[in-house]
Design a protein around this ligand. Sequence first.
Ligand SMILES: Nc1nc2c(ncn2[C@@H]2O[C@H](COP(=O)(O)OP(=O)(O)O)[C@@H](O)[C@H]2O)c(=O)[nH]1
Ligand SMILES: *[C@@H]1O[C@H](CO)[C@@H](O)[C@H](O)[C@H]1NC(C)=O
Ligand SMILES: [Mg+2]
Length: 322
Amino acid sequence: MLDISTLLYGGATFVLAAVISCYTVLVFLSPPLVIASDNDRRYRCRTNPDKPVSLPSIHDPAEVDLTVVIPAYNETERMPTMLKATVDHLNSDKFSPRSYELLIVDDGSKDGTSGLALDFAKENSGIEVRVVTLEKNQGKGGAVKHGMLHGRGRRLLMVDADGASRFEDLELLWKAMDEFVPNEDDSAIAIGSRAHLVKTEAVVKRSVVRNILMYGLHTILRIVGVGHIRDTQCGFKLFSRRAAQLIFPYQHLRTWIFDVEILLLAKQLRIPVAEVPIEWHEVSGSKLNVVIDSLQMLRDLLILRANLLFGRWRAPPPAARP
Ligand SMILES: Nc1nc2c(ncn2[C@@H]2O[C@H](COP(=O)(O)OP(=O)(O)O)[C@@H](O)[C@H]2O)c(=O)[nH]1
Ligand SMILES: *[C@@H]1O[C@H](CO)[C@@H](O)[C@H](O)[C@H]1NC(C)=O
Ligand SMILES: [Mg+2]
């Protein structure tokens, strides 16, 4: 006969079994923390174009004021213009007397992106350009993480290779960070935001599908826990060295939605994030595949949320570190 305790017992067993199955599926689906191969942890540059040498670590002391991390996948078409605008600004009075390096992370391109980057390095002998060529394509998140873990900057900027953001706006992020980081060892993040452009031409001109997906994404992001950030996806973000040390070693996602994981880790570690309105124009030739990449983003957001729920993906607090 069915009595209340049998029901309770049955219910509890069912819930437990469900949780255990979810957890198992999650472990199975979750990407592991990638340890870069020895080959990937090398770079080439103007003075050393043939035989790659070892990259430094984010845990080493800073050697320049800024590292510009440029993830690049099949970017021979779009990158030259972007590189020109970048060094124009970095060599101008608006940026000097700060020092900098460019760290171009070729994400396993098939079109000679590394060669183009090295030619650029040779033509611009006054600039420190390092080129890392990943053996296998990892996705934007993997390329950005790799660059961040091997830069020498006191601050590190990630910027898309397509030149969609106006590079001069780095100064806006820099100023916002100065307000956060009076002490050089503090952690802080300043991210470009396109939220103020939502009602303007730049966004209206984007395809209807992309805009619908954008609104859908915002709703999901609120559920995932980054509702406090108005534009999570902007490819223009500045990190203090301390923030990069605390966050990037613990980034799991290598796909498009990695920005959300970065911002959630920042939230967990109580690292302040400034949102700074910047200029943006859509550059054609995006390699984002609307259907496939949206489904992949949704999958990764679920994986991210579940890993946070189970407490699997966390960054240890600064105090608990060696
Ligand atoms: N599509 C794609 N872009 C990558 C990858 N790895 C790095 N990236 C870089 O990520 C940045 C953003 O790419 P883009 O195609 O402009 O995307 P969108 O601006 O979001 O439409 C560019 O600098 C790409 O070169 C990858 O595996 N696929
Ligand atoms: C990158 O270039 C290769 C070779 O041209 C091509 O096969 C591949 O589809 C390209 N990938 C993307 C995402 O454009
Ligand atoms: Mg783009």
